[in-house]
Design a protein around this ligand. Structure first.
Ligand code: B1M
Length: 208
């Protein structure tokens, strides 16, 4: 769909009004919420990430693009929530300490909620003890952690260790994700599951 390229372009240029318009057009043309997220909004953010890495874009522009992405996600959200709410389970979710990236975490939250999970969102920059205290207090089925920086990924392992020290590790399934995280790293950190994207996170938690 050509309109999805226009959605991506609108995110890249950080034009919120344009994002709103293009996302609506994509919906009107019959695009699904997931398609618009994966092949439109996320594609735009991918380009932003690459340009940032190459020194062609700078933090303020990245923040504006991130805000535009969020605006787009907010528009498709109700369409995602039309899905079945057949599964239940309690999830504690957060971005690890030292890390303030939250768009991916928010997507995971949205997809889990759309699929009937109850999600307690601890936000960003969540210290180890806050994850542990929340598991103690809320007794979730699942603990989900997001990390976007290679420097903050090790926090995931620290949380798993702290869960063990507090005798809580066997009570929850731990799922991790985020751009620098992979299957191998997840295993090293002692997590049960790794998901490459929000959709996969839901699939794994429902079916594995
Ligand atoms: Co930053 N940043 N950033 N950033 N940023 C990255 C991550 C980076 C790769 C950019 C680059 O250099 N190419 C780089 C990290 C390099 C590294 O560690 N090797 C980087 C850097 C360096 C930084 C700063 C240090 C920059 C600075 O200050 N000098 C700084 C750090 C701040 C901090 O956290 N302490 C910083 C700041 C920021 C902004 C604030 C400007 C902004 C964040 C805004 C926000 O989140 N509210 C930002 C952004 C937007 C990015 C990029 C461009 C895009 C990230 C994003 O939101 N993608 C990013 C480049 C990139 O990732 N290629 C980059 C869209 C989002 C939906 O995808 O989060 O990957 P993502 O989530 C995916 C999957 O990963 C997965 O599902 C989602 C898709 O469905 N997933 C999970 C995520 N969490 C999951 C959890 C799960 C399962 C799946 O289970 C629980």
């Amino acid at each position: 769909m050509a309109i999805l390229e226009e959605v991506a372009q609108a995110v890249e240029s950080g034009e919120e009004e344009d994002v709103k318009k293009k996302v609506q057009e994509a919906l009107d043309e019959g695009g699904t919420a997931l398609d618009i997220i994966d092949n439109g909004l996320m594609k735009g953010m991918e380009t932003v990430g690459n340009k940032f890495a190459d020194g062609e874009m700078f933090i303020p522009e990245v923040m504006i693009a991130a805000q535009a992405l969020q605006v787009g996600i907010d528009i498709v959200k109700p369409h995602l929530l039309e899905g079945q709410r057949s599964f239940t389970g309690k999830v504690i979710l957060g971005t690890v300490a030292g890390d303030i990236h939250d768009l991916g975490k928010n997507l995971v939250k949205m997809m889990l909620t759309a699929n009937g999970f109850e999600v307690i969102d601890l936000g960003v920059d969540v210290p180890v003890n806050k994850f542990v205290d929340s598991v103690k207090e809320n007794q979730p089925d699942i603990l989900g952690m997001s990390a976007l920086l290679t420097t903050t990924m090790p926090e995931m392992g620290r949380v798993v260790e702290a869960l063990k020290e507090n005798g809580l590790r066997d009570n929850v399934r731990v799922i991790v994700g985020g751009a620098p995280v992979n299957e191998e790293y997840a295993e090293k950190a002692g997590a049960d599951l790794y998901a490459e994207n929000a959709l996969e996170a839901v699939d794994l938690l429902k079916n594995k």
